[in-house]
Write a protein that binds this ligand. Sequence first.
Ligand SMILES: [Zn+2]
Length: 146
Amino acid sequence: MIRYALRCEESHEFEAWFSSSSDYDMQVERGLVECPHCGSTAITKQIMAPSVRTARKVEARTEAAANGARNFEELAKKVQAHIRSNYDYVGSNFAREARAIHEGEKPERLIYGETTPEEREKLAEDEVPVAPLPEPFAPTPPKKAN
Ligand SMILES: [Zn+2]
């Protein structure tokens, strides 16, 4: 089966399936292919120029990605700043602090810090809700940890 993008004499665009290109030729010749919009049987294959479309699409995507990157960088900086001003840095005590807060031993507060992979696993096992900060969002730790 081949799907063709077609166009009638009124420039209506539609698609239709054919078993082969000769099947398409035969059906169009006999007027068996009708425009679903106006019933015209003066049908031609759409000039698709896929390479042009693809190129344009790729271009658009690249541009979007570039914009995205710029916004992403800004976003990352904002997140970093937000964390720095709203979260307490607890350094390597993170796992202990997170657990203490989770278990109600310590008042709720926002913290960030480092864990070892083992600690992280343990926290996950105990369902302590912590999330790793992906690289661009992770603020560099303040010089003086408490
Ligand atoms: Zn038409």
